[in-house]
Design a protein around this ligand. Structure first.
Ligand code: 5GP
Length: 208
């Protein structure tokens, strides 16, 4: 099945954990009111200040199973021994309202979305080095040693997928990486289809 994204652009951002994806997406969202973040479902427990319906919809395994059986997800994947998924509901309303949507998901989900929405723009964020990635994971102070070790092991598999993404950003300087992300978003608002959507008055006045 393919679905149209004519009503808005769909940006899919993936990275190994610790690459700085969440901070970059947060900063991007803060200065761009046209972007809306899709809230995923997950079977993992909330961390720290996370709230149900804000960072994620935190659901038990049986509810996640039910949603899979009901075809409620456009994509879902096992990530770091939990399951995560993007519900149709999370993106359908936003797409039809004309918003540009950001999905902050893992590489498996990103590649599933690209199949379903060929016009989706996929971006992979890399850390500048292995020692820096490990230092960032430790610095967060959120995860146990076991979890950090699992995330580092998974990072090798994840980063090998960068070649399958439309764009790759190296997060060595936060400001530069944010600028790169903004450049990707801006560029995709300059296609003929996006300009017609966002500047319909101008196109009408020009009788185009
Ligand atoms: P965390 O547990 O650190 O919040 O997220 C772990 C990983 O799962 C991150 O790479 C995150 O982007 C990814 N993730 C979050 N939501 C989804 C989703 O809906 N689908 C997929 N495939 N991955 C997701």
């Amino acid at each position: 099945m393919t679905m149209s994204t004519e009503a808005g652009n769909l940006y899919v951002i993936a990275a190994p954990s610790g690459a700085g994806k969440s901070s970059l997406v947060k900063a991007l969202m803060a200065q761009d009111p046209q972007l809306e973040l899709s809230v995923s479902h997950t079977t993992r427990a909330p961390r720290g200040q996370e709230q149900h319906g804000r960072e994620y919809f935190f659901v038990p395994h049986d509810e996640f199973d039910r949603m899979v059986a009901n075809n409620a997800f456009v994509e879902w994947a096992h990530v770091h021994s939990n399951r995560y998924g993007t519900s149709r509901q999370a993106i359908q309303d936003k797409i039809s309202s004309g918003a540009d949507i950001i999905l902050e998901i893992d590489f498996q989900g990103a590649l599933q979305i690209k199949q379903l929405f060929p016009k989706a723009v996929t971006v992979f964020i890399l850390p500048p080095s292995w020692p820096e990635l490990e230092a960032r994971l430790r610095h967060r102070g959120e995860d146990s040693e076991d979890v950090i070790a699992l995330r580092l092991k998974n990072a090798a598999t994840e980063m090998a997928q960068a070649k399958n993404f439309d764009f790759v950003i190296i997060n060595d300087s936060f400001e530069r990486a944010l600028g790169d992300l903004q450049a990707i978003v801006r560029t995709h608002r300059l296609t003929d289809a996006a300009q017609r959507r966002n500047r319909s008055d101008t196109f009408a006045a020009l009788r185009l």
